[in-house]
Design a protein around this ligand. Structure first.
Ligand SMILES: [Zn+2]
Length: 292
């Protein structure tokens, strides 16, 4: 676009805005007025683009977008304005980086964006940095995923975060392997009602909270059926995660077979082993009291 075109755009945008004066007076067409206003702002950004020093290109695009959004905290800004201010084609990616990597609260709606506060969400930024440093660290995919869970013990870890540190290797499968091989009590939404599909959580890092090896006999399907049937409540102490007072001791559910001790489970026939009527939900605390 030439500079003359940009100035023409500015003229017609201002004209359009002026034409809406009667609508403003009558408190009508609010959205249309806001759109016209956004067009004026986009035209201003385009008209002054040539004044930007060339060295600012590329790396400076994110900073320009941020500066522009911060000038309009709480206000919707059109994608046309952001494209014009940034001067690059990949501005949407820069917004995503500001949100995900830098922790800025930027809302999106109908092709418009608004920044909610001047200050970024520091916890979210810190979280991104933790995940990134593990992603860039040593070890196999499985070891990095284990590090991720250990760094965020007790917190919800998203499937996206697992994939990031695993460099794209099937994240849910790696979490299952850690349950099976390392006996880490990693919950999914089969185990805990507060988790969404894809969410995972390492309930505890304590040695005494490792799963009994026989828990590996019960896959996610069976756990989901038994725990949801029992409303995620321990059959012995009648506690659930929300009533367990998790501050001093972790709480998670395990499967208890009514006919055999955990050590004897591998000897059971498959049909009897997975007979839902003979399986019960117990919590880790009751299970470790010796009766399990
Ligand atoms: Zn219990």
């Amino acid at each position: 676009m030439t500079r003359a075109d940009a100035v023409d755009q500015y003229r017609s945008a201002v004209k359009r805005l002026a034409e809406l004066a009667d609508e403003v007076a009558a408190e009508r067409s609010h959205d249309e007025v806001l759109d016209a206003l956004a067009d004026v702002r986009a035209a201003v950004a385009r008209a002054y683009q040539g004044r930007r020093p060339r060295s600012e290109r590329g790396g400076g695009a994110q900073a320009r977008i941020l500066a522009y959004l911060l000038k309009h905290v709480g206000e919707w800004v059109s994608s046309g304005e952001i494209a014009a201010v940034s001067g690059i084609g990949e501005w949407a990616r820069r917004i995503r980086e500001l949100r995900v990597e830098e922790g800025y609260e930027i809302e999106e709606g109908g092709g418009r964006y608004r920044i909610l506060t001047e200050e970024p969400n520091l916890a979210r930024r810190e979280r991104w940095r933790t995940v990134t440093s593990i992603r860039n660290g040593q070890g196999s995919s499985l070891e990095r995923v284990q590090k991720l869970f250990e760094a965020l013990v007790g917190e919800i870890v998203t499937l996206e975060e697992i994939y990031r540190v695993a460099h794209g290797i099937e994240g849910a499968e790696l979490a299952r392997q850690l349950r099976k091989r390392e006996l880490l009590p990693i919950e999914t939404n089969a185990d805990a009602p507060d988790l969404d599909p894809g969410d995972h959580r390492l309930a505890s890092l304590m040695e005494w909270d490792r799963l009994h090896p026989s828990q590996a006999l019960f896959g996610e399907d069976i756990r989901r059926q038994v725990f949801s049937r029992d409303r995620f409540i321990c059959r012995t102490c009648r506690m659930g995660r929300s009533t367990s007072g998790t501050a001093d001791r972790a709480f998670y559910l395990v499967i208890r077979h009514l006919d055999a001790s955990p050590d004897a489970l591998p000897g059971l026939q498959a049909e009897r082993l997975t007979d839902l009527a003979r399986l019960a939900s117990w919590c880790n605390r009751c299970a470790s009291k010796g009766s399990a």
